[in-house]
Write a protein that binds this ligand. Structure first.
Ligand code: ATP
Ligand code: MG
Length: 627
């Protein structure tokens, strides 16, 4: 089917459309009503239907594909690879679920999972889903304070943690962070279930509180744990947003709508059929990891690759080696990941046989055109930028090669995904902006299946964060965008980051993109800094490619000139700082708000999701030194 027909059907007859998609999953009881929209903007999909995410991800495949690979967990940190068939995954998840049940984890209870990107994280998530418990995965290695905040918000019955993670060959002990978090927490759970990888011989245990998973599992090796059938709108999991703009929000997901969105998107967006292989480089701690390392590919009966390690270790060819080794069809990564590789020799992109690889999807940050060209040319595979949020759970703007591949427009993630009614709203008038005019990207409710149900325990925050911005009831993405006459949307940056120079509004993206066209530039962040005369002026922080070999001063001048040539004098960066690293969140997003705060000599704010404090220190020094 062509994209237009499919999309139009989803908008004109949403209930018929989603009822058809609901056939892609197994229901214990079929839904009584496709959509209940009696309390806008809250909506309930597939009312009265009962199902289970774990059943759809594993049990239903056992008969047809029990011996097919379900999960391959590769670690270039420990050197371990685990390959699990659907039958083996079923066994491990039953054992894990039995251990959880023995610790009195019940339907509706929360379980915080603080594990690295290893197979046990997947077992733990699916075991919770099997029992109807609500998991909340916290990215492994987040500081104690972050973990404590999330524990206090979710109030879990149990915390599951590892002794340690590893990054770049270095062991990162988790247990001291867990101990500190539980000390800070106002509502610490009674038990910590420890997956001991044997990486930290110094690990200490608190008697009575800390339990060893390997010990407990012995009593349950043959356990069969029945699936808990949940009503479609019961919560399945919580996941906190990246915290790029401030305090993270606890996104609450449902069961049935999410399962249907996963089945539909893996098939028609990611072009994966049962038995095919999908490789997402994300960590399970992020939205992409939840949807396209765990639930999506498994619900689809595919094989999912999970990767613990850096993209450059043991060498910058590791991802492509894995594509060859496992005949990966669809790969999913982030612009940040590709920009890391861009600093390396492009010959790595051609070292392995990539004949199985059909698509490279990238999401999470704007994909600048130079990077998009570099990776497309280097791999010889179509690169598909796609836009979404933790809130949406799956792409909102993308191309859908599983239906048909529409034209790739560099710089734009493409067209609306099924079920998303999209508009760009002019902030001044509150009306829909004409094609080619900038504004806020919004979705008209009801949101499609898979998107958040609410903010955990805080309906008010759900309403005020997302629906309180316009006269009409509209979901604000809080991103700035522009649409062309063919419906292709380009994301220009976050609404918080818009730069206002003498009355002209500029998206950070526009200037970053322009700066990045300089061949020596690896990555750039642009912020607006207070200015007495103009209100704000753009300021650039950039990193250079390793082999750039040019003088930073010269490059800086050339960057300013490029912006003037491409966007006009009004956008000219008033200062350019060349640095070795830019501050990012753990999920690889530029922390522009912290850069801006430092440049304006303010407090950099909540840094709990900052990845490398060294990068911020360097910015501080660069600002003191001057451009
Ligand atoms: P918080 O909401 O806590 O501030 P966050 O918005 O960074 O954090 P995520 O949900 O992980 O948390 O990220 C979603 C955001 O990432 C989007 O709103 C958008 O700003 C950006 N983004 C994602 N994909 C793309 C893309 N393809 N192009 C441009 N921007 C993107
Ligand atoms: Mg956000």
């Amino acid at each position: 089917m062509d994209y237009e027909t499919f999309y139009r059907h989803s908008i004109e007859a949403p209930e018929a459309f989603w009822a058809e998609q609901a056939q892609l999953i197994d229901w214990q009881t079929p839904p009584r009503q496709v959509l209940d929209y009696s309390r806008p903007p809250f909506r309930r999909w597939f009312v009265g239907g009962t199902t289970n995410l774990c059943y759809n991800a594993i049990d239903r495949h056992l008969e047809a594909r029990g011996d097919q690979l379900a999960l391959v967990a590769i670690s270039t940190e420990t050197g371990l690879t685990r390959e699990l068939s659907y039958r083996q995954l079923h066994r491990e998840v039953n054992v894990f679920a039995a251990v959880l049940a023995a610790l009195d984890v019940q339907r509706g209870d929360r379980v915080v999972i603080y594990l690295p990107n290893i197979a046990e994280a997947v077992f733990a998530m699916l075991a919770c889903a099997r029992l109807g418990a609500i998991h909340s995965v916290v990215f492994g290695g987040f500081a104690a304070h972050n973990l404590a905040l999330r524990i206090d918000d979710a109030q879990p019955k149990l915390l599951i943690a590892a002794d340690a993670g590893m990054r770049g060959g270095k062991v990162i002990p988790y247990k001291p962070l867990v101990d500190a978090a539980l000390e800070q927490s106002a509502a610490p759970p009674p038990h910590v279930l420890i997956v001991d990888r044997g990486l930290d011989p110094q690990m200490t245990r608190v008697a009575g509180r800390d339990l060893d998973y390997a010990q407990l599992r012995k009593a349950h090796e043959q356990a069969e744990v029945p699936v808990a059938w949940l009503e479609s709108n019961e919560p399945s999991y919580l996941l906190y947003t990246s915290g790029t703009t401030g305090k993270p929000k606890g996104i609450q997901r449902d069961v049935g709508g999410y399962a249907v969105a996963m089945a539909m998107s893996v098939r028609y967006i990611f072009d994966i059929a049962p038995g095919q292989v999908m490789f997402s480089t994300s960590d399970v701690g992020w939205a992409v990891g939840h949807s396209y390392n765990v639930y999506g590919p498994l619900i689809a009966g595919a094989t999912s690759l999970l990767y613990e390690g850096l993209p450059t270790r043991p060498d910058p060819g590791i991802w492509w080696y894995l594509c060859e080794r496992y005949s990966v069809r669809t790969m999913f990564s982030s612009p940040t990941g590709i920009r890391v590789l861009k600093k390396q020799d492009p010959a790595w992109l051609r070292k392995y046989d990539l004949s199985s690889l059909q698509w490279l999807f990238l999401a999470g940050e704007p994909l600048d055109e130079p990077t998009a060209h570099w990776i497309t040319d280097g791999l010889g595979v179509p690169v598909i930028d796609n836009y979404w949020q933790t809130e949406t759970g799956w792409p909102a703007i993308t191309l859908m090669p599983g239906l048909e591949l529409k034209r790739v427009k560099f710089g734009s993630p493409g067209l609306p995904a099924p079920g998303y009614r999209m508009k760009v709203i002019d902030e001044a008038t509150g009306e829909e902006a004409a094609p080619g005019h900038k504004g806020v990207l919004v979705f008209e409710p009801p949101l499609p299946p898979g998107c958040l149900s609410t903010v955990w325990g805080d309906d008010e925050r759900y309403l005020s964060s997302y629906f309180g911005h316009f006269k009409e009831l509209l979901y604000s993405s809080l991103d700035w965008a522009i649409r062309d006459e063919h419906g292709y949307t380009t994301i220009l940056g976050r609404t918080d980051d818009v730069i206002n120079v003498a009355g002209h509004r500029l998206g950070t993206r526009e200037i970053e993109e322009s700066v990045a066209t300089h061949p020596a530039v690896a990555e750039a962040a642009v912020i607006g800094v207070r200015d007495e005369l103009k209100g704000q002026v753009p300021v650039v922080f950039a990193t250079l490619k390793q082999d750039a070999g040019t003088q930073a001063g010269q490059v800086a001048q050339a960057m300013q000139q490029r912006v003037v040539d491409q966007l006009g004098g009004i956008a000219r960066p008033s200062r350019v700082y060349v640095v070795n690293a830019l501050p990012k969140t753990r999920s690889g997003k530029l922390l522009r708000r912290s850069l801006q705060a430092l440049a304006e000599q303010r407090d950099p704010g909540d840094l709990s999701t900052l990845d490398d404090p060294g990068a911020l220190e360097e910015i501080r020094r660069a600002l003191e030194r001057g451009p």
